[in-house]
Design a protein around this ligand. Structure first.
Ligand code: GRF
Length: 206
């Protein structure tokens, strides 16, 4: 299966996918496009280091959402990707890409949805909010993407304990290492194997 990975920043989730295509559970998966919302994303270097085609498609470079949305659709179509993986991608997708790739776009969110998600809940913020609430577990969620932030059907979740001396940074690091870098490749595997069904907004894994 061919996939496109959308990024905005450091790209450690992209790296986890790349590593699994080389020596892990995604050996039959080809990353045909890394699309970044920012020209400064370190994820672009990770793509270049691994010979993966990349493109920068920034909302601010287009006069309207429609034109930007069209450019995103075109980039994915030209790549031949069958699945779009949002891996630390910070823009809300436009309506055309979401409807054209309905049930073929997944996102990783660094909290247990429906907690600590939605507009503005990115980067360190979900972890700050989790500690401020005093939750005893947090984690990560892979979900399908619809036109709203963090709202589509939930595919996989993994939790870690919140420790008494956690800082937002230590919690973020543990969730990345123990949850995100594992369940995002696992989600791609399940979809590639045709094991995921969506029924009435609920994901079932066969
Ligand atoms: C991750 O925590 C991801 O869950 C969130 O943004 C962060 C991106 O990290 N959506 P990276 O760019 O994959 O290192």
């Amino acid at each position: 299966m061919k996939i496109a990975v959308f990024v905005s920043g450091g790209g450690t989730n992209l790296q986890a996918i790349i590593d699994n295509t080389k020596d892990g559970i995604l050996k039959d998966i080809e990353i045909v496009l890394v699309l970044s919302s920012s020209k400064d994303a370190y994820a672009l270097e990770r793509a270049a280091n691994n010979g993966i085609p990349s493109a920068v498609v920034s909302r601010k470079d287009f006069a309207s959402i429609e034109e930007w949305d069209d450019a995103v659709v075109k980039a994915v179509e030209n790549s031949g990707a069958e699945l779009v993986v949002l891996a630390g991608y910070l823009s809300l997708l436009g309506p055309k890409i979401v409807s054209k790739y309905s049930n073929r776009i997944i996102n990783i969110h660094p909290a247990l949805i429906p907690s600590f998600c939605g507009a503005g809940m990115y980067g360190i913020r979900p972890h700050k909010a989790a500690l401020a609430k005093g939750v005893k577990v947090s984690g990560a969620t892979v979900h399908f993407v619809n036109e709203n932030y963090d709202e589509g059907p939930i595919l996989l979740q993994k939790a870690v304990d919140v420790l008494p001396d956690d800082t937002p940074e230590s919690l973020q690091k543990r969730i990345m290492q123990e949850c995100e870098w594992k369940i995002l490749p696992q989600a791609i595997r399940l979809i590639a194997d045709g094991k995921v069904e969506i029924d009435n907004n609920i994901c079932r894994i066969r």
